[in-house]
Unconditional design. Structure first.
Length: 172
């Protein structure tokens, strides 16, 4: 019996040593100068951010905003809902009443309300601020989806938190 226990202990020691040697060899291969790691082909792009948009079925400016997003790399799923449902979605999402608009979107754990430019959304997703979302209240002329000729009014993208705090995210 004593021999059997020693043999098991010896076998465990051998298995441990073999595992250590194999791990050391893999580590040395990775750190060897001139050794190329296999990388993803340069043609592969990171996945486009996926966004879900809730909008009125008859709103043309919402559709134009969605096209603005798609042209700038977003995958957008558009869901047509009634105006009353749209209001409920905005409220349940924590959008402050004076920042509501004609559509509400969800992307990367954030809320996007209204005609927010794609570059603001990309920036938010990259920086990952501690906010609930961003919004452009109302429907400012010249904002994405609201382009009407050459006229444009200044507008502000506001960041908002779940507890109602707001800060300026971007001025346009």
């Amino acid at each position: 019996m004593r021999t059997h226990v020693v043999s098991l202990a010896g076998a465990a020691l051998v298995v441990t040593a073999v595992g250590f040697v194999a791990a050391s060899a893999r580590s040395a291969e990775r750190s060897t100068p001139g050794r190329q790691r296999s990388a993803a082909p340069a043609s592969q792009k990171p996945a486009a951010p996926s966004m879900v948009v809730y909008k009125s079925p008859t709103c043309g400016c919402c559709s134009a905003w969605i096209e603005h997003l798609r042209a700038r790399g977003f995958q957008v799923e558009a869901n047509n809902v009634s105006d009353s449902q749209l209001g409920v979605i905005a409220i349940q999402s924590g959008v402050p009443g004076d920042l509501t608009s004609c559509h509400t979107a969800k992307v990367g754990g954030y809320i996007v309300e209204g005609h927010v430019p794609a570059e603001d959304i990309h920036r938010m997703l990259k920086e990952k601020p501690a906010i609930a979302g961003i919004a452009v209240g109302g429907m400012p002329i010249g904002s994405p989806g609201m382009e009407q000729g050459s006229s444009k009014q200044p507008f502000t993208t506001m960041a908002f938190t779940k507890d109602g705090k707001r800060t300026v995210f971007a001025k346009h």
